[in-house]
Design a protein. Structure first.
Length: 553
């Protein structure tokens, strides 16, 4: 096998070529730009692999005295015998996907596949990951039994937005006194979708089509799928809501070619209650091939030619219970049977609970009733804590990404048992990126805020993204909305990952003219995972799971 030689032309690899003697009247070489003096290549023979080659899965290297080559790779990776110093640096070691297991079947109930490791997505013909991110996108398609109808303008939408409301389409769910511009916001979800579709076309032309969509929840405003929880089959009303709010708003390749991988948000449970059809959104996974939310928490890997990405999908809804903190506000307390102060109730007479159950029950999945609700979400979070301590700690992927509805600044769990503060726990456990929503705007935190707005300190490596401007609910962007699209109120994120870095770009809704507007971007660099001993010493394993190696998921 011909060894892969690291040439001087490859940016980012530790390479030094010894100078060669010259003669005649050749002009003096141009002095190199100021900077650190590179180290000379080691003497000929086996040598330590430089960090850049180790990042590329090299486990053994060889020096010929002037350059270093990779002779052996880790795991299933093999030295790329076809590569030359004119090839990309990130093709040092490459692999092919192994056998992909079968897709799990429909579970007995919506919690049956919680914690499932979904079969790996194989992208081993490329070294470039491309995907979109969006959240808080599911506009109101009527409620209280009034569903969208083809070619008919919904009465609720017309009352709020007039002629800007589109026939057969959902509209922005308006929080009180939050509508800034009826003409612009009357179909803002559709404007964001159009910008995503345009970027898909651009990326396809460039030879890097997006491969999937990351969905951070709040898929149907104001209260999720308008069906009582506890149905183990997908209801026709559910299919209608998905058709109008998802498929028709994101037509073509956005839902026909790309899968949407997601989590549930608080509004998917009902927002101010707990008995709406959250389980319908999970069961829909086993009806529609492009919708992928197989459980309340789950994980999936994507294998590329030269790298692997692990995605961990986390349900943070415990936060919106009283014990979690967010539920102290009645407008965000999931564990209630409607908010009497606002007049929003969880249940409507037109669609009763399954036969033999009380209206306030979500059997067989739960919660059983309002009194059971807080404990139910508490148990759900504890199970996820064990899941994360197992799966994240044992991940051998090149990138680890958490997807969750609640922003990374929202800690979860109890101190001394299952507490996770993502700003501390994330970097220590090698998390490179947290993608979230819930706050109805677009933000990127890398060390500090990138762009205008909130200030959050993320200075330990993990980058936090809030992509909650999908257009399902009126924005809480502090500067409101701009008719020309120059705001962070509504939009989506685009992610490009290579072995060396992840580039995140935030696109706005484009305004009335549908312009392509980049609001900000940032670069994510790999985060080094701490050892088990370091995790224990930092107090990030209060249950001694790592020491005992007794993690049961």
């Amino acid at each position: 096998m011909r060894h892969w030689i690291v040439g001087a032309s490859l940016v980012g690899l530790t390479v030094v070529l010894n100078g060669c003697g010259g003669g005649g009247d050749s002009p003096a070489p141009t002095p190199p730009p100021p900077g650190p003096t590179p180290e000379a290549a080691p003497p000929a023979g086996p040598c330590e692999c430089p960090p850049s080659l180790k990042r590329g899965h090299c486990s053994a290297c060889h020096s010929d005295g002037s350059a270093i080559s990779c002779t052996k790779c880790t795991g299933s990776y093999k030295p790329n015998s076809d590569a030359t110093d004119r090839k990309d640096a990130d093709q040092v070691c490459i692999t092919k996907c192994g056998e992909i297991g079968p897709t799990p079947g429909k579970p007995a109930n919506a919690q049956g596949n919680n914690g499932v490791v979904w079969p790996t997505m194989c992208q081993d013909d490329t070294t470039h990951a491309v995907f979109f991110g969006i959240g808080d996108w599911g506009g109101m398609c009527g409620f209280n039994g009034f569903q969208c109808q083809k070619d008919v303008v919904n009465q609720d939408c017309y009352a709020k937005y007039g002629d800007s409301a589109l026939p057969g389409q959902p509209c922005l769910f308006a929080l009180e006194h939050r509508i800034h511009d009826k003409e612009l916001e009357g179909h803002i979800q559709q404007r964001v979708s159009a910008r995503m579709s345009a970027r898909n076309d651009d990326l396809k032309k460039a030879g890097t089509p997006p491969q999937f969509v990351i969905n951070v929840g709040d898929n149907f405003y104001p209260g999720g799928v308008d069906v009582h929880c506890g149905n183990n089959d997908v209801a026709e009303l559910t299919k209608n809501q998905f058709e109008h709010v998802w498929k028709q708003v994101y037509p073509g390749e956005l839902t026909e070619r790309m899968e949407w991988w997601g989590v549930l948000g608080n509004h998917d449970y009902g927002g101010e209650c707990y008995v709406k059809g959250w389980d319908q959104e999970i069961l829909y996974t086993y009806t529609e091939s492009k919708w992928l939310t197989p459980g309340q928490y789950w994980m999936r890997s994507v294998q590329y030619k030269n790298m692997k990405i692990d995605f961990f999908f986390v349900d943070g809804s415990w936060f919106d219970t009283k014990i979690g903190g967010g539920g102290k506000d009645p407008d965000h307390n999931i564990c209630q049977y409607g908010n009497k102060d606002t007049g929003l109730y969880c249940e409507q007479e037109y669609y009763p609970a399954p036969a033999g159950t009380d209206l306030q029950q979500c059997t067989p999945t739960g919660p059983v009733n309002g009194g059971d609700c807080e404990g139910w979400f508490e148990k759900l979070w504890h199970a996820q804590y064990l899941f994360l301590m197992d799966k994240v700690r044992n991940s051998d992927a090149d990138w680890q990404i958490v997807v969750t509805h609640y922003p990374g600044s929202s800690g979860l769990g109890h101190a001394g048992t299952d507490r996770i503060d993502w700003r501390e726990w994330g970097p220590a456990n090698g998390l490179d990126l947290i993608i979230s929503g819930h706050k109805h705007h677009q933000r990127i935190f890398n060390g500090h805020m990138v762009g205008e707005g909130d200030v959050e300190i993320w200075d330990k490596g993990t980058v936090s993204v809030v992509t909650g401007g999908g257009g399902g609910i009126t924005t809480d962007n502090e500067h409101g909305v701009d008719r020309d699209g120059n705001d962070d109120a509504y939009g989506f994120m685009e992610f490009h990952a290579t072995l060396e870095e992840i580039k995140i770009t935030a696109y706005s809704h484009g305004g009335l003219q549908g312009k392509k507007i980049v609001r900000n971007s940032t670069i994510v660099k790999p985060v080094t995972k701490k050892s088990d001993d370091e995790i224990i010493k930092a107090g990030l394993d209060p249950l001694n799971l790592l020491k005992r190696q007794e993690i049961t998921v």
